[in-house]
Design a protein around this ligand. Structure first.
Ligand code: ADE
Length: 286
């Protein structure tokens, strides 16, 4: 019996998510691993124009998504009744601690929220029900996440990167793909996940990959990869991963736990100008 993950996505452009029916994600739906439902937020409006937004209180450019419409929709999808809450007990903050239990997780993409990482994707891949709310325009009324948090819902707000998109749809697709591919049974070969960048505690960028032919348009592959010596191949790839990460993402090197580095890792890092005797590597010329 497969464990099905229920996924609800609310958007004013639900047709955007038709693309989810292709590739591995589509196959996971066919196999019953994922039960995906998209919803048009405008179905919860009552006015002739089906309005979902209004001008910002306090002035400013753009429009903000209205709490009433979102709440009618989310109450329906979460099976909750409307209540009045004590506003003073529920300050406007981004939640920073979470506990995944067998309860729905409500996720709002938001460019001003904490960054979504592989760690979040891994944690959320064990959830049984994810509900995504896609904002548009200048975003959604800040009371919406606060209200549902106060109702005991596990509410998350995530940014997928330091840039601003037109709406949350692309961000939801990114998060969905990152989360669901980590579900047991999603991938044909789960080993490929273990070797990837950003996986595990000691995240490094990946080494370069090559396939056949060994020489293509005059360009060869590193000799060690065709040597058949698995130990040497592993070492070469690990050193390449360390060197890439040190060059492109020194912030990830700084987070490594020195205790988990072997002698050869330390030697490679030292040759690149890192000091490895403390709890975490430190760039010497910093
Ligand atoms: N909505 C608009 N830009 C976004 C971003 N960078 N991350 C998440 N949601 C967004």
């Amino acid at each position: 019996m497969v464990e099905t993950m229920k996924i609800d996505i609310v958007s004013v452009f639900p047709e955007y998510f038709e693309a989810l029916n292709v590739g591995l994600f589509g196959k996971a739906i066919e196999r019953g691993l994922l039960d995906v439902k998209t919803h048009d937020l405008r179905d919860w409006t009552h006015d002739v124009h089906h309005s979902v937004d209004d001008t910002p209180v306090g002035g400013g450019a753009g429009m903000v998504m209205k709490p009433e419409v979102w709440a009618e929709c989310l109450d329906d999808l979460l099976g909750l009744k409307p209540v009045e809450i004590n506003d003073e007990d529920n300050p406007a903050t981004f939640a920073t601690t979470h506990q995944v239990a067998d309860r729905p997780v409500l996720i709002f993409p938001n460019p001003s929220a904490p960054l979504f990482t592989q760690r979040d994707a891994t944690e959320l891949s064990h959830t049984s029900h994810l509900l995504f709310g896609c904002g548009r325009y200048e975003g959604y009324d800040a009371r919406i996440p606060r209200y549902y948090r106060a109702q005991g819902v596990d509410v998350r707000e995530y940014s997928i990167g330091d840039y601003v998109l037109n709406g949350g749809e692309v961000a939801v697709s990114v998060m969905l793909e990152a989360i669901t591919r980590l579900m047991p049974g999603f991938m044909g070969n789960p080993d490929s996940i273990v070797e990837e960048s950003y996986t595990g505690q000691n995240a490094l960028l990946e080494h370069y990959q090559y396939t056949k032919p060994a020489v293509w348009r005059g360009m060869g592959v590193p000799d060690v990869l065709t040597s058949g010596d698995h130990g040497k191949v592993d070492r070469f790839r690990r050193d390449e991963a360390i060197a890439h990460t040190a060059q492109l993402r020194p912030d990830l090197i700084q987070q490594l736990d020195c205790k988990s580095l072997d002698k050869a890792d330390r030697k490679t890092l030292m040759s690149l100008g890192w000091e490895v005797s403390g709890p975490h590597p430190r760039k010497l010329d910093d």
